[in-house]
Design a protein around this ligand. Structure first.
Ligand SMILES: NC(=O)c1ccc[n+]([C@@H]2O[C@H](COP(=O)([O-])OP(=O)(O)OC[C@H]3O[C@@H](n4cnc5c(N)ncnc54)[C@H](OP(=O)(O)O)[C@@H]3O)[C@@H](O)[C@H]2O)c1
Length: 251
């Protein structure tokens, strides 16, 4: 196995921390970024291999430029880029402000675009690269009260498909992973917010989210990481948006 230089965004908790652990356990060098330095350090402490903790807001171009430069100066080219950082604003369309709309596009679509643009020249020059974006099943089908998130997650799949087509001859693959509801702090936050808004008990809301997956449970972060592993292993899978949603959307 070749040891690769990996960069995982949103690595401080949830899906990103599990992906970072998986890449490290496979023998790779893993740079972790997210805004909360303390949480990043906690994740890095548990990794079996070499790591870098590089706190940054992914929507800040200068901060992300610094993240890439630090990885390159320390290890060399970023060869595996996992763009996982994301968040959702849940509101009916009529209540969404311009700032909320633009903020969702900035975080879930423009930040991945900037990172891919920054990463691809060196990957292509080296003749090998893997880019995996964590989109969502909301990138494949409309969800009520999630218009901005849904638009951003659909958009990032378009970015992945275009980049994959453009880079196919270069040895760089680009894929998206589209989870259903995953058992992470993000989903815990949704349960709390829906409960506060509707007055319904949290366990009832959690059960309703579990039932959105035909397999009748939440997806685990490990099941999302399984598909990231597959995308890293394969030179033939590119331009795909792979659902990890217990069968909710068949596409
Ligand atoms: N949970 C689900 O049900 C679900 C379903 C489908 C898709 N997804 C997608 O999967 C990805 C990970 O979700 P998760 O459930 O693991 O969420 P999570 O538990 O809330 O973790 C989100 C991660 O993103 C980071 N992040 C958020 N905004 C950031 C910013 N501006 N700059 C840098 N880092 C930022 C967070 O770190 P800091 O707060 O420290 O910055 C954290 O590490 C997201 O893209 C999400 O849309 C999640």
């Amino acid at each position: 196995m070749t040891t690769r230089n990996c960069l995982v965004t949103g690595a401080s908790r949830g899906i990103g921390s599990v992906i970072a652990g998986r890449l490290s356990a496979a023998g790779h060098r893993v740079a972790l970024t997210a805004r909360s330095a303390d949480q990043l350090a906690e994740v890095a402490e548990k990794l079996p291999g070499p790591s870098l903790c590089l706190p940054a807001d992914v929507t800040d171009p200068a901060a992300m430029q610094n993240v890439f430069s630090t990885v390159e100066d320390t290890w060399g080219t970023v060869e595996v880029l996992v763009l996982n950082a994301g968040a959702a604003v849940a509101k009916p369309i009529a209540d969404l402000t311009d700032d909320e709309w633009l903020g969702q596009l900035d975080l879930n679509l423009t930040a991945p675009f900037r990172a891919i643009r920054r990463a691809v020249p060196a990957m292509a020059e080296g003749g090998w690269g893997r880019i995996v974006v964590i989109s969502s099943i909301a990138g494949k089908a409309g969800e009520p009260n999630l218009a901005a998130y849904t638009a951003s997650k659909h958009g990032v799949i378009g970015l992945v498909r275009a980049a994959a087509a453009e880079l196919a001859k270069s040895g760089v693959t680009v894929n998206a992973v589209c989870p259903g509801y995953v058992d992470t702090p993000m989903t815990d936050g949704w349960v709390e917010k829906i409960s506060a808004r509707t007055g319904r008990p949290q366990d009832e809301i959690r059960t309703a989210l579990e039932r959105k997956q035909p397999i009748r449970r939440l997806i685990t972060p490990e099941e999302v990481a399984d598909v990231v592993d597959l995308c890293v292993a394969s030179a033939a899978i590119t331009g795909q948006a792979i659902n990890v949603d217990g069968g909710a959307v068949q596409s």
